[in-house]
Design a protein around this ligand. Structure first.
Ligand code: FE
Ligand code: FE
Length: 204
């Protein structure tokens, strides 16, 4: 296999990586929307699905501007973020409020990943004088940054609500925790709530 030697090849590789990630997110976002019971979070996922579909088109246009066929490259980074989500939901079977809070974290990780990818690609395109590519990718980057800001705001609200509810109803909060860490508890022999939770978050 030939060794990559040109910045242009690297930019095309990065665009392929981004295209793969955006295509995967078009499939995943409807599932995240179904999982979210918080109205604002659900609406956020629905809005970002519409944006992500535009982003796929913008990335394809960027390929076109470079005179290259739009080719997705498998992206283990985004697959890892998805797998982390899938395993958490399957193994922990989180209660609705815990799942909402978890989804804000998963969404934040995704947006940070995308922001890093777009920032790098824009840096290369700008250095190469590919102005049209810069404009297209900056459109996407702006949406990712705005999405991150919104999801962080929702995450702060959910964390406050969760902590307040746990203080107000110690009993029901404890039962929620027991449900959400049932798999961890079976391994740890049902130790105290906090140690169970710690071992649950450390186990992977
Ligand atoms: Fe995106
Ligand atoms: Fe995004």
């Amino acid at each position: 296999m030939a060794k990559m030697s040109e910045p242009r090849e690297l930019l095309l590789h990065e665009l392929g990586d981004i295209l793969y990630a955006e295509n995967l997110l078009v499939k995943v976002l409807p599932q995240l929307s179904r999982e979210a019971s918080d109205r604002e979070l659900k609406q956020g996922f629905d809005r970002h699905l519409r944006e992500t579909k535009q982003q796929v088109e913008n990335v394809k246009k960027a390929f076109k501007a470079l005179g290259a066929p739009a080719k997705a490259e498998q992206c283990p980074g985004i697959e890892g973020i998805k797998r982390e989500h899938d395993e958490f939901v399957k193994e922990e079977q989180p209660a609705a409020d815990v799942l909402n809070a978890f989804l804000t974290g998963a969404a934040s990780r995704t947006e940070h990943y995308e922001i890093a990818a777009y920032t790098g690609a824009i840096t290369m395109a700008r250095a190469m004088g590919e102005k049209q590519v810069v404009t297209l990718l900056e459109r996407n980057l702006k949406q990712e940054k705005e999405t991150l800001r919104k999801v962080e705001t929702i995450g702060r609200r959910l964390a406050r609500e969760g902590a307040r509810q746990a203080r107000e109803n110690g009993g029901s909060a404890a039962s929620r925790t027991r449900r959400s860490t049932s798999s961890a508890r079976s391994r740890t022999g049902g130790r105290s709530r906090s140690s169970t939770r710690r071992s649950s978050s450390r186990k992977r």
